[in-house]
Design a protein around this ligand. Structure first.
Ligand code: NAD
Ligand code: IPM
Ligand code: MN
Length: 357
């Protein structure tokens, strides 16, 4: 079988706790499906590293990470130690940009065995395609009269034609392959009067190239409401960086917990390594308790295998997640899924299932 070079970055908080579960399932998949994961772990992109070195990453992090086939990433940030914008702009957000991971792909699915907060959720199974390198996450702006009553702070949203078109194209291409072939665009062109109407105009123009895809758009406010009121309506949802960020916590919450949600930060051209991580963060409120849900981390590993081309192994990993969660065993499910299990227990059960189901 093939060998894949994987950079492992656990990061902070529960990133450290869920990473071993992700690796256990990946190892089980590798040995069953006959490929090798050549794993190198890094301690950078963490508050511990920052305390020691004064930066989140070594100066040559691009050259260090570039040769890897993929990056497997836990979570970063601990606002009690360092401000989030310093730690995140010094790590994860740099990687997304430098490695041109312009697609943030986030599946959202109601999994049997995981209790939804909705009384009657129906079937929920959709994709969020989030723009990941520009938009509201910009470094354009500044402050004047700082520290005075006349203080002004400005931060610009940046949309480029290349940036908008490439994320829309990815979303249309994905929507073309699904059963329902429906693409929803998240906008806010009533209130945000330059960038959002531009986004809409590129969306409508591209729709002409995809006659087989049904399209619709909603302003982000009512779209959020629809995510809760009729989540089964959605198939593929595309949004700007900030819209996609918000929707990708809301969607998984409606399916029970953000603890199961995975994400792929993808450079589709394969020019740079892609990065796979759970949607959730470092969860300082539960860190050290051993109760973090490891499914988001494991499922992110599943997305990584698919990206690497190990289709059968990826399918087995998804079966393993579905099988173990589907048992609805309160002794195994973690507290965010209304169980009294632990990270370790659930992680072990899924790794075992990866080897067998
Ligand atoms: P968070 O996702 O870390 O936590 C939000 C809530 O969800 C918390 O109550 C937490 O306990 C719960 N939760 C999250 N993951 C869980 C899991 N696997 N199992 C059970 N419960 C889980 O978001 P936050 O509190 O806004 O952020 C905490 C820190 O993480 C901040 O520093 C933030 O910037 C950072 N963050 C990092 C990433 C990332 O690295 N990709 C993503 C989001 C937030
Ligand atoms: C995510 C996170 C990050 C984001 C933060 C930690 C910068 O919330 O991956 O969803 O906003 O992209
Ligand atoms: Mn987020």
């Amino acid at each position: 079988g093939k060998t894949y070079k994987i950079a492992v970055i656990p990061g902070d908080g529960i990133g450290q706790e869920v990473m071993p579960c992700g690796l256990a399932s990946l190892r089980a998949a590798a040995s069953r499906f006959n490929f090798t994961l050549d794993i190198t772990s890094f301690d950078f992109a963490s508050c511990d590293y920052f305390d020691k070195h004064g930066t989140m990453m070594p100066p040559d992090w691009v050259e260090i990470l570039r040769p890897f086939d993929a990056i497997y990433f836990g979570a970063v940030g601990d606002p009690a130690r360092h401000p989030d914008h310093i730690t995140l702009w010094g790590s994860l957000l740099q990687m997304r940009r430098q490695f041109d991971q312009y697609v943030n792909l986030r599946p959202c699915r109601l999994v049997k065995g995981v209790p939804s907060p909705l009384k009657d959720p129906g079937e929920i199974d959709f994709w969020i395609v989030r723009e990941n390198t520009e938009g509201e996450y910009s470094e354009v702006g500044g402050k004047i009269f700082e520290g005075t009553e006349r203080e002004v702070v400005i931060q610009e949203t940046v949309m480029t034609r290349i940036g908008v078109d490439r994320i829309l194209k990815y979303a249309f291409d994905l929507a073309r392959t699904t059963k329902r072939k429906k693409l929803t665009s998240a906008t806010k062109s009533n209130g945000i009067k330059i960038t959002m109407p531009y986004w809409d105009s590129r969306f409508h123009l591209m729709a002409k190239d995809y006659p087989e895809v049904k399209t619709e758009q909603f302003h982000i406010d009512i779209l959020s409401a629809h995510f809760v009121a009729k989540p089964s309506h959605f198939d593929v949802v595309v949004g700007s960086n900030l819209h996609g960020d918000i929707l990708s916590d809301l969607g998984p919450a409606v399916t029970g917990t953000i603890g199961i949600a995975p994400s792929g930060n993808i450079n589709p051209e394969g020019k740079w390594p892609s990065l796979f991580e759970p949607v959730h963060g470092s969860a300082p409120d539960i860190m050290g308790k051993g109760i973090a849900n490891p499914v988001g981390m494991i499922w992110a590993g599943q997305m990584m295998l698919l990206h690497l081309g190990e289709k059968e192994a990826a399918e087995a990993m998804l079966r393993a997640i579905d099988t173990v969660l589907g048992r609805a065993d309160g002794n195994v499910l973690t507290p965010d899924m209304k169980g009294k299990g632990t990270t370790q227990k659930l992680g072990d059960a899924i790794a075992e299932a990866v080897a067998t189901v």
